[in-house]
Design a protein around this ligand. Structure first.
Ligand SMILES: NC(=O)c1ccc[n+]([C@@H]2O[C@H](COP(=O)([O-])OP(=O)(O)OC[C@H]3O[C@@H](n4cnc5c(N)ncnc54)[C@H](OP(=O)(O)O)[C@@H]3O)[C@@H](O)[C@H]2O)c1
Length: 315
């Protein structure tokens, strides 16, 4: 009997799906990867694994013997919300290349804030020649929320750039040179000394709305926020109020509750906000496909699954 085909399940448009199918096919020459829509009922019944990118849950239900799915995205919040109650094994993308790309963005935008670029941009518009005092990175503290694959890579890069770095996570993180914080008390302690707050948490029931006005009030007024995780972790109206009141200096936002950000959204024109179009950690088709290929091939060889998402925790 020939090997079961490997379905790709996605709500993306056909061109995007085909790009993925091509890249995955090149990484897995012994697999036959096709859109789920192109499989017969008998072929579907033989599938125990599928590769997904924002899958339609109704389509996944067409695979009666599915044991697990491999997502090509790092974040699974949208998929979990759309799937509802499920006991499906979900594997998400953990790609060291993505972590490096994200860490580079964290360093770039931290330096942007550290060297006062928003201030100088505003001064240029006014034709104002005025140099501000310089404070060295070793005298500035960066707080990283979420010390997973992305948070750890970011923290390492920030250390190399001589910043003082702290990391907040559910369980203590063990990264040399990084002060570890846990729990609500730990978060408050970290925020109180933070100059630049980097959010790299997954969106879960516990982190939704975590950065509200009460929490942001623990940040010094000189502090700025960089949100590269998910828009809904930060309460938008509370952020605006804090920025307007001068309780926060600046926010660099790459993610929003509704994307793309609407043209009439207040963020675009707020002088204390830098808007980015969800570009901080783009997935590389090539490296992501290689990682999916490795995981699928291990499963085909001996039935082992990579670490799956903890459905209770939501990440
Ligand atoms: N903007 C972009 O382009 C982009 C690209 C890729 C990913 N992302 C986002 O980045 C997120 C993080 O990715 P990742 O690969 O680093 O995830 P990860 O490896 O699962 O790490 C998550 C981290 O958050 C911590 N955490 C989770 N819930 C927590 C809570 N309630 N309290 C305290 N800490 C908590 C975890 O603590 P423990 O270590 O104790 O488990 C862990 O350190 C993704 O979920 C995705 O939404 C954004």
């Amino acid at each position: 009997l020939s090997r079961a085909k490997l379905p790709f399940v996605s709500t993306q448009d056909q061109a995007a799906s085909e790009q993925w199918i091509n890249a995955l096919g090149q990484a897995m020459p012994t697999e036959t990867i096709v859109r789920l829509q192109d499989l017969s009922e008998q072929e579907r019944a033989r599938c125990d694994v599928a590769i997904v990118a924002n899958p339609d849950p109704a389509l996944l239900r067409l695979l009666p013997n599915l044991k697990w799915v491999h997502s090509v995205w790092a974040g699974v919040d949208r998929m979990l919300a759309e799937l509802g109650a499920t006991d499906l094994n979900i594997v998400r993308l953990v790609d060291p290349q993505l972590a490096q790309t994200m860490a580079e963005a964290v360093l770039a935008w931290t330096l942007y804030l550290h060297r006062d670029m928003p201030t100088y941009l505003a001064q240029q518009k006014l034709g104002l020649w005025h140099a501000h005092d310089y404070i060295a990175p070793q005298d500035k503290f960066v707080g990283v929320m979420g010390m997973g694959a992305l948070g750890q890579a970011a923290a390492s890069k920030l250390l190399q750039a001589n910043f003082k770095v702290g990391g907040w996570s559910r369980t203590h993180s063990q990264l040399n040179g990084v002060q570890s914080f846990t729990g609500v008390d730990g978060l408050v302690q970290m925020l109180e000394q933070t100059d630049f707050l980097i959010c790299l948490l997954p969106l879960t029931p516990d982190t939704r709305g975590l950065l509200n006005s009460a929490m942001m009030a623990h940040l010094p007024t000189r502090a700025s926020i960089i949100n590269f995780a998910r828009g809904a972790i930060l309460i938008d109206a509370d952020l605006r109020a804090a920025l307007d009141a001068g309780a926060l200096k600046h926010a660099v936002l790459d993610v929003f509750e509704h994307e793309p950000l609407a043209p009439d959204s207040w963020h675009w024109r707020h002088e204390r906000v830098t808007v980015l179009p969800h570009c901080s950690g783009p997935t590389s088709l090539e490296t992501a496909s290689a990682i999916v290929a490795q995981n699928i091939s291990r499963f085909r060889a001996n039935g082992t699954l990579p670490t799956t998402v903890d459905l209770k925790r939501g990440y």
